[in-house]
Ligand binder design. Structure first.
Ligand code: NAP
Ligand code: 8YV
Length: 319
C-alpha cells in the first residue's frame, strides 16, 4: 500500500501525477470535517506538501502522529513551525535557487517601474490624456545609483549581479558580513538607507525580520528614495510605509508582497508613486515548474532513503 500524503494548498497537474505515482494523496481542500478526518486517516499520513504561507497548522500537525516529511513549494517557509518539526524529527524541505532569477527580475521590474513612473505613464496614455494635456513630467534614471540590498542571500546576490547592467553601486545589510563579495557591508540598516537611492528588501519573513524596515529606515531612505519589497510584507512596517508614501516622506515604492495578503492597504490604490503586484515574483511557467519538480523530488528522495535534496537549514542535521 502507498503511504499517505496530505496536500495543503494548490498543486499543478504535473505535481499531482508525480504525487499519485508514489503516494495516496488526500487534498485538504476536499476535507469537510478536519478533526473527524484526522482521527480516521491521520495515522496513515507520512508526508505533507504545502507552501511557505499555509505551512502546517498546529491542529493538523497534532493529528498526524506519523508525519516524517514536509515539502514546501517556495523558498520561504515562514508558515512552517520548524522548531516543532525538529522536535518531532520531521524533515522540512523547500525550493531554493530555482527561483532566484525570476524573483530578482521582479525586483528589477519594480525598480524600473518606479524610476520611470511606468504605471502613471501607462494610465495617462490609456486615458487619452497625452493628446489633451501633452507630455508627462520627467522621471529618474536608474543608472549609476546606489542600491541597498537588505539580505544578500541567494536572491539578493542575483539582484546585485543584475544591477551591474545599470552601473549600480551595490551595498548591503544583513546580520553577517558575507565572504567573497566586494559590495560594501552596512551593519547599520538606517545608515544604509540614508546612503541609498533604492532599498531592495529580500530577507526571509518571520519574527526575526518583523518590521525590520521601520519608520526610521523609511525616513532615512527619504523623499527621493524608493523602497522595493519582494521579500515578505511583514519585513516592512506597512502602516508607516503607507503614511510616508502618502505625505511625501518616502518617494516611491514597488511592492510584490503585503502583510495580510491578499489584502492590500486601500490607501495605496490611489497613489501614483507605487507599483503593486499580487505576490508574483516567482510566478512564471518555467520557475513554477522547477519549484514543483523540486517539491516532488524531495518527497521521492525521502521515500527512497530518508533524505531530501534541499532541506531547510534548521532541519539539515536530521538527515
Ligand atoms: P537566503 O539565501 O537565505 O537569504 C536570506 C538573506 O537574508 C541572507 O543574506 C541573510 O543574511 C539575510 N537575513 C536573514 N535574517 C535577517 C535579519 N534578521 N536581518 C537582516 N538580514 C537577514 O534566502 P533567499 O533564497 O535569498 O530568499 C529570501 C527570501 O525571499 C525568502 O525567505 C522569501 O521570504 C522571499 N521570497 C519572496 C518571493 C516572492 O514571491 N516575492 C519569492 C522567493 C523568495 P544573514 O543570515 O547574514 O542575516
Ligand atoms: C511562493 C515565495 O512561495 O518562494 C517563496 O518564498 O514567496 C513564492 O515563490 C509562491 O507564492 C508559491 O506559494
Amino acid at each position: 500500500m502507498k503511504p499517505g500524503l496530505l496536500l495543503i494548498g494548490d498543486a499543478t497537474q504535473r505535481m499531482l501525477d508525480r504525487f499519485d505515482a508514489e503516494f495516496t494523496v488526500h487534498k485538504l481542500a476536499e476535507i469537510d470535517d478536519l478533526q473527524a478526518w484526522l482521527a480516521e486517516n491521520g495515522e496513515g499520513i507520512i508526508a505533507v506538501a504545502t507552501n511557505g504561507h499555509a505551512g502546517v497548522k498546529p491542529e493538523i500537525m497534532a493529528g498526524l502522529p506519523n508525519l516524517k516529511v514536509v515539502s514546501c513549494y517556495g523558498v520561504g517557509y515562514d508558515g512552517v513551525d520548524t522548531d516543532a518539526c525538529v522536535e518531532r524529527g520531521i524533515l522540512v524541505a523547500h525550493t531554493p535557487n530555482v527561483l532566484n532569477d525570476d524573483v530578482a527580475n521582479t525586483a528589477i521590474l519594480l525598480m524600473l517601474a518606479a524610476s520611470r513612473d511606468l504605471v502613471f505613464n501607462d494610465a495617462y496614455v490609456r486615458a487619452g490624456r497625452w493628446e489633451k494635456e501633452g507630455n508627462t513630467p520627467l522621471t529618474r534614471s536608474p543608472e549609476g545609483k546606489t542600491y541597498g540590498i537588505v539580505g544578500l542571500g541567494r536572491i539578493g546576490e542575483t539582484i546585485a549581479e543584475k544591477l551591474a547592467a545599470f552601473n549600480a553601486r551595490v551595498v548591503y545589510h544583513s546580520r553577517n558580513k558575507k565572504d567573497g563579495v566586494d559590495y560594501e557591508y552596512y551593519p547599520d540598516l538606517v545608515k544604509m538607507a540614508e546612503d541609498s537611492d533604492y532599498l531592495i528588501v529580500i530577507t526571509p519573513g518571520g519574527a526575526a525580520t518583523d518590521k525590520l524596515v521601520n519608520k526610521q529606515v523609511i525616513e532615512a531612505l527619504g523623499p527621493q528614495g524608493t523602497l522595493i519589497n519582494v521579500a515578505r510584507g511583514t519585513v516592512v512596517d506597512e502602516e508607516e510605509m503607507v503614511k510616508a508614501l502618502s505625505d511625501g516622506r518616502l518617494g516611491w515604492a514597488g511592492l510584490d508582497v503585503f502583510r495580510e495578503e491578499p489584502k492590500v492597504p486601500s490607501e495605496l490604490y490611489d497613489l501614483d508613486n507605487v507599483t503593486l503586484l499580487p505576490h508574483v515574483a516567482s510566478a512564471t511557467h518555467e520557475t513554477r515548474q522547477a519549484m514543483g519538480d523540486l517539491v516532488c523530488q524531495n518527497l521521492s528522495s525521502f521515500l527512497k532513503d530518508g533524505t531530501v535534496e534541499t532541506p531547510v537549514p534548521e532541519c539539515a542535521h536530521l538527515q
